[in-house]
Write a protein that binds this ligand. Structure first.
Ligand SMILES: C[S@@+](CC[C@H](N)C(=O)[O-])C[C@H]1O[C@@H](n2cnc3c(N)ncnc32)[C@H](O)[C@@H]1O
Length: 307
């Protein structure tokens, strides 16, 4: 596929201007397959569907559909962050958009927050965190593999058209990086988050939130146990997020046959003062898994008994 490099500048989708040379665009064919490419003068896009000169897209509005020389239709749009993440180059496995959204919601990541993140991996979650904290916030990412740090930097800078002002990427271990640092939120997507818990307890002020993202049950168990042992965390909850697509076509409306069933578990915890400093007790319930804002508890269930 010639001219398929993803080194163009992504422009905000929905911008009221025609597509221009040098922009990153996403093409979608009739089967829903997506292709990222940079529009270049004289460039050509070709696949099994045939060939289209880039000139056919340059100057068009987003959503224009063009025929290849083999009479197949492809639609051109500016890429969303999801398009970019699913097609960008990867070093490490990325956090998919469904989980990025839940990390931002469950972690209460909002404009103005300082978020420490590790490991940066391919930078997919970094992009979601940067969007959530906005220009008034800050994302401080740690990545201990230099090859992964390079991929993360490349992806984040590509998406932003340069280094974002509100982002720091440090090559090194997050435990060392957290020493002496203050954060409102810490988000960990790494193999052994329980090893980072004491450093997170030092970096978060009471009220701050930790989110860990781990694919297996033993990781959840070790992380949760370490959080309770530390004595400075409460409201420790674990969830997983399943998103099922639906095929909607006239009266034929049914769930899609296939879905990504499991990616990873989210464990969230609030930093609190220790028990000696006046913090809460560990709940006597088996686990404090009470649903939070997005876990579907009804108002009736929230009413204490007898009221
Ligand atoms: C699954 S990847 C993260 C993917 C990333 N969240 C994304 O969405 O692209 C995990 C990364 O954590 C890094 N890592 C593991 N332990 C670390 C540590 N203690 N400090 C810094 N980075 C670490 C690994 O090198 C790896 O790149």
């Amino acid at each position: 596929m010639s001219g398929a490099a993803d080194d163009g500048v992504p422009v905000l989708p929905g911008t009221d201007a025609p597509l221009a040379e040098g922009e990153l665009v996403v093409l979608t064919d009739r089967k829903g397959r997506r292709y990222l490419l940079t529009l270049t003068s004289g460039g050509e896009w070709h696949s099994h569907a045939g060939l289209v000169p880039h000139e056919a897209f340059i100057g068009c509005d987003e959503g224009t559909t063009v025929r290849t020389n083999r009479n197949m239709e492809v639609t051109v749009l500016r890429p969303t962050r999801e398009d970019f993440v699913l097609k960008m180059k990867r070093g490490a496995q990325v956090v998919y958009p469904k989980d990025q959204a839940m990390i931002v919601a469950a972690g209460d990541v909002r404009p103005g927050c300082t978020v420490v993140e590790a490991g940066a991996g391919s930078g997919a979650l970094t992009l979601a965190l940067l969007a959530a904290v906005g220009p008034s916030g800050r994302v401080v990412s740690f990545e201990h593999r230099d090859d992964h740090a390079r991929v993360a930097r490349r992806n984040v800078e590509r998406f932003h058209g340069g280094p974002p002002d509100n982002w720091e990427l440090h090559e090194g271990d997050v435990v060392e990086g957290l020493a002496g640092r203050r954060a409102h939120r810490v988000v960990l997507d790494l193999l052994e988050p329980w090893l980072v818990v004491p450093a997170v307890g030092d970096a978060l002020a009471p009220g701050g939130l930790l989110v860990t993202y781990t694919p297996t049950v033993p990781q959840v168990m070790r992380t949760t146990e370490r959080l309770w042992e530390d004595g400075r965390f409460s409201q420790v909850r674990t969830t997983e997020t399943m998103v099922r697509g639906w095929d909607v076509d006239g009266l034929a409306v049914r769930p899609a046959h296939r879905m990504v069933a499991h990616t990873a578990f989210l464990t969230t915890a609030r930093r609190v003062p220790s028990r000696e400093e006046g913090g809460p007790p560990r709940p006597r319930r088996k686990a404090d898994t009470g649903p939070g804002i997005v876990w579907g508890e009804t108002a009736a269930e929230e009413t204490p008994a007898g009221e």
